[in-house]
Design a protein around this ligand. Structure first.
Ligand SMILES: [Zn+2]
Length: 449
């Protein structure tokens, strides 16, 4: 519709008008609205306000009445390895290094694209079901995860992972850089899929290759993400190999920047936290994974007070074993209090910020994680009739402490409904289950060799 015609019409047209009992906006003022609505056009939020006002102002093509529900931004998962759903429950109860070296890596190197696709689709399904609308990934053959995310309607930042060269996937560094450039070109201009440069860790990639990969991230203008300071065992390895602790190593290489997103940061000193804050480095906290692998508990409250932006991630499904951001929110709040010996540490609002706006910043996608005019219409609804959400005093408290993720009854990305009351609109659930059974047989057969 042209501008002159639109200006004479009142009410204004919009594609979709959503009504809900409560809206947790996560906007700059952290407003929580009651009997409110969201007007959406072309996949973007055009207005968030009390419902009677929107009803008088907009003439929607479609309406979605979410009475008895609470709308909130789609959660942003700052760190995962999506196809690792294939290894959910496959090698539990082991420490990080033994788990990786003896169980995960030997089978992982044999994965085919077909299996990666099955794993990625299982992950997308779990994200949609538990209210995660965007994720920052790290794995190999990332176009497979890109296709799964795109086809199921999610947003993703794809990180083609690499170790030092030669590796099973890349004979030389240049082969790896070419693959990353091609992945970035493949999704150029795509509204839902972006890329990041993703070295595995400071102890698995050589310093000169870390630096070269950072230069590539600068050239492509994408985030640079790496696992760092995940456990005391990693620090020991890093000291043996480079004579420096992990954060110190990155600092010496000039890799502490605003483009940098570090995953875990469990074994980290006060001086290192100050260095992260001074250089505007982003950190993603992965509480379930850190607990399960017995890596330790990250001093997140301390980092936040120092001015570090800390997002939240699930990590892969083999070290969690869920991809459910609601559970990681609850864990972040609960273990954060014990870590700091302070019940007021890691408040519900702090943790909800981590899972929404902070994670969005870690992805280099700051317009996500909020329901605000001009931002993408990525949102979820929780069913307030769920007994564990009754009674209701504080919507933010319920989102972090009381909700399990299974109260999610609607998931929307860019104004498109992906899930509504049990119906997955972009996923063939029967095919997904059949493929999951096949994948289990394959993983078993490889592990037994
Ligand atoms: Zn990880």
């Amino acid at each position: 519709m042209n501008q002159s015609k639109e200006s004479v019409l009142f009410p204004r047209p919009c594609d979709l008008l959503v009504r809900a009992d409560i809206i947790v906006t996560q906007d700059a003022e952290r407003r929580v609205l009651h009997d409110a609505g969201v007007a959406i056009t072309d996949g973007l939020v055009v207005a968030v306000a009390e419902y009677p006002h929107l009803e008088a102002t907009y003439r929607p093509t479609q309406r979605l009445d979410m009475g008895g529900k609470m709308l909130m931004p789609g959660l942003v998962n700052g760190h995962t390895h999506l196809p690792m759903t294939l290894f959910r429950g496959f090698a539990d109860d082991l420490p990080l290094m033994e788990w990786l070296e003896k169980h995960i890596w030997p089978v992982e190197t044999q994965l085919t694209d077909e299996l990666l696709e099955i794993g990625a689709n299982i992950g997308c399904c779990e994200f949609i079901r538990t209210g995660c609308t965007t994720f920052l990934n790290g794995y190999f053959n990332e176009y497979v995860t890109g296709n799964a995310a795109y086809d199921t309607g999610l947003r993703a930042v794809l990180g083609e992972g690499f170790f030092h060269f030669p590796s099973p996937h890349f004979p030389t560094a240049e082969d790896c850089w070419q693959t990353i450039r091609a992945l970035d070109a493949r999704y150029e201009g795509n509204e839902r899929i972006r890329t990041a440069v993703t070295p595995h860790a400071a102890f698995t990639v050589n310093p000169d290759e870390l630096q070269a990969s950072f230069e590539l991230a600068e050239a492509l203008d994408v985030p640079w993400q790496v696992h760092l300071a995940e456990s005391p065992a990693e620090t020991t390895l890093c000291l043996e190999k480079h004579g420096k602790r992990p954060v110190e190593l990155l600092r010496s290489l000039g890799l502490l920047t605003a483009r940098t997103t570090l995953h875990h940061c469990v074994d980290i000193t006060d001086d290192e936290i100050a260095a992260l804050a001074d250089n505007a480095v982003n950190v993603v906290h992965n509480p379930a994974s850190n607990l399960k692998l017995c890596s330790g508990v990250s001093p997140v409250q301390k980092m936040i007070e120092a001015g570090v932006t800390v997002g939240l991630g699930t990590d892969g499904a083999s070290s969690n074993n869920q991809l459910n951001m609601f559970r990681d929110m609850a864990l972040a709040a609960l273990i954060g209090k014990v870590r700091h010996n302070d019940a007021s540490a890691m408040s519900a609002q702090t943790v909800l910020d981590m899972a929404t706006v902070n994670s969005a910043q870690c992805l280099g996608w700051p317009e996500l994680g909020r329901i605000e005019a001009g931002c993408p219409a990525d949102m979820i609804a929780l069913d307030l009739a769920s007994p564990n959400l009754v009674p209701m005093f504080s919507p933010v408290s319920h989102a972090v402490y009381a909700a399990t993720g299974m109260e999610v009854c609607m998931t929307m990305v860019a104004g498109e409904i992906l899930y509504l009351y049990g119906d997955f609109r972009t996923i063939d659930m029967q095919a997904l289950k059949r493929n999951a059974f096949r994948a289990v047989e394959w993983v078993r057969s490889k592990a037994e060799r």
